[in-house]
Structures are given as structure tokens and as C-alpha cells.
Design a protein around this ligand. Structure first.
Ligand code: ADP
Ligand code: ADP
Length: 225
């Protein structure tokens, strides 16, 4: 069995089926991009994996463990959203350490681990600032640090670069890839931007209207036959 194995996943909102039979297999340490047009179900699939929305059928195994019965906190998954969703009244360091404090990690250890991941995203000097004092790119790096601090088994990135301008987008894209490789972290990156998908991933899953229609590396998918 693959590290992440999704089998026959089904999700509806009321009478509307978003997807009815998603299958995919992802290896440990792989960086996969889920590429497809707006509304095709990418976010919904990530939210199902993270446990932020209930599935209507099918199975999700992570490292051999069935995730479906587990609460989001028990899944060992980190997630970053397009909107950074930082706590405005907490400093950068408090934002990052928050998840650990929830897990009853001591204040000293939480602070040490927050500093570790803030160094990874090159924000050591910003630890005591508040979100409103940061640029969009810096806020997204805080959100990335916050998702890494709990040492997730799987990282889910939902259009994390879409709100940023082009120059920052490229820098952050490279930073994400670098950190992912350093940590050997299995990652699913959702985007509707073909260039992002082509430059980032080990493998691309093309999604359309609730189906994964094709998968392969950039060369295989985009080389004319
Ligand atoms: P994508 O991430 O590819 O843009 P989404 O997963 O956000 O697509 O959405 C897929 C479809 O599901 C869309 O038609 C969207 O309107 C619908 N949808 C998403 N969330 C909900 C919800 N909470 N209730 C009803 N419909 C939803
Ligand atoms: P994304 O940009 O991640 O694709 P959307 O803009 O599709 O997100 O959705 C934002 C929020 O609104 C999500 O929580 C989603 O579940 C909810 N949502 C999206 N479409 C619908 C819908 N048709 N009915 C109810 N809720 C929806």
C-alpha cells in the first residue's frame, strides 16, 4: 500500500455530488500537484483528507492507518490555505506555537520548536511582530511555519500562492519546494496555475469535474505524442 492511499472516495453536498469515485496513490516524500479549473473539487478533496468535511463513502489510508474515523487533530496533517488565517492578536511566534500549546507541549518547548520552523521560512527576525505588520508573502510563510511546527506526516497546500504577486510567488514556491525536500515531507499542492504545477511537482494529477482524469510527471503529461 502507498503512503497515502485514497480509494473510491465520495463526497456530496446535499443532492449535489462533488466527486463520486476518487482513487489515488501517493508515495512517501512525494510532492504532488492537484491541477484543475476552479470548482472542479480540489479544495473539497483536500478538506476530506484533512477531516475538515465529512466524506460520504470510500477510504483514506495514511501510512496504513484509516483516517476517516479520526478527528482532524488526530490525523497528523498540516494544511495551508489561500487566506493565511492568522490570529491577529497573537505575535508571529505565538501564532506558530499555538498548535503545540493546544497539544499541551510546554511553553519552553513550543517556543523552541516555533523558532526552529520560523528559521526554516526565514522569519526569525519577525517572531515578535503581529500579522498586520507583515506583507502577504510573510503572512503566508508564517502560515507555512504553523503547519510545519506539529511535524505533520502529510502537508496539504490549498492555492497557497494565489493571493500573492508574481515575484513573491516564485520565491515562496522555491522555498516551499526546498523545505519539502529537506524534510522529505509528503505534500499535495492544489493549484489552477499550470506553470506552478509544472515547476513544482514530482507528479501532477489533472482534475476536472470531480475526476482525476490523468496523472504523471510534467514530461509525460505535456509532451505531445
Ligand atoms: P476547487 O477547489 O477545485 O475550486 P471546490 O472543491 O472548492 O473546487 O468546489 C467544488 C464544488 O463544490 C463547487 O461547485 C463548489 O461550489 C461546491 N462546494 C464547495 N463547498 C461547498 C459547500 N460547503 N456546500 C455546497 N457546495 C460546496
Ligand atoms: P476555494 O477558494 O478554496 O475553492 P471556495 O471559494 O470554493 O473555496 O469556498 C469557500 C468556502 O465556501 C468553503 O468553506 C466552501 O466549503 C464554501 N462553499 C463553496 N461553495 C459553496 C456552495 N455552493 N454552498 C455553500 N458553501 C460553499
Amino acid at each position: 500500500m502507498s503512503f497515502l492511499s485514497i480509494r473510491g472516495l465520495h463526497k456530496s453536498y446535499g443532492q449535489t455530488s462533488i466527486f463520486s469515485d476518487i482513487h489515488c496513490e501517493i508515495s512517501k516524500g512525494e510532492f504532488v500537484t492537484l491541477l484543475g479549473p476552479s470548482g472542479c473539487g480540489k479544495s473539497t478533496l483536500l478538506r476530506c483528507i484533512a477531516g475538515l468535511t465529512e466524506v460520504n463513502g470510500g477510504q483514506i489510508f495514511l501510512d496504513g492507518q484509516d483516517l476517516v474515523p479520526l478527528s482532524p487533530q488526530k490525523r497528523g496533517i498540516g494544511m495551508v490555505f489561500q487566506s493565511y488565517a492568522l490570529f491577529p492578536n497573537m505575535t508571529v511566534q505565538q501564532n506558530v506555537a499555538f498548535g503545540l500549546r493546544m497539544q499541551k507541549v510546554s511553553s519552553a518547548d513550543s517556543k523552541r520548536r516555533a523558532d526552529e520552523v520560523l528559521a526554516m521560512v526565514e522569519l526569525t527576525d519577525f517572531a515578535d511582530r503581529y500579522p498586520h505588520q507583515l506583507s502577504g508573502g510573510q503572512c503566508q510563510r508564517v502560515a507555512l511555519a504553523r503547519s510545519l511546527v506539529t511535524r505533520p506526516r502529510l502537508l496539504l497546500l490549498d492555492e497557497p500562492l494565489s493571493a500573492l504577486d508574481a515575484r513573491i510567488r516564485k520565491h515562496l514556491r522555491e522555498q516551499i519546494r526546498h523545505i519539502q525536500q529537506e524534510l522529505g515531507l509528503t505534500t499535495i499542492f492544489v493549484t489552477h496555475d499550470q506553470e506552478e504545477a509544472l515547476t513544482l511537482s514530482d507528479r501532477i494529477f489533472l482534475m476536472n469535474a470531480g475526476r482525476i482524469v490523468q496523472s504523471g510527471d510534467a514530461e509525460t503529461l505535456y509532451t505531445a505524442p
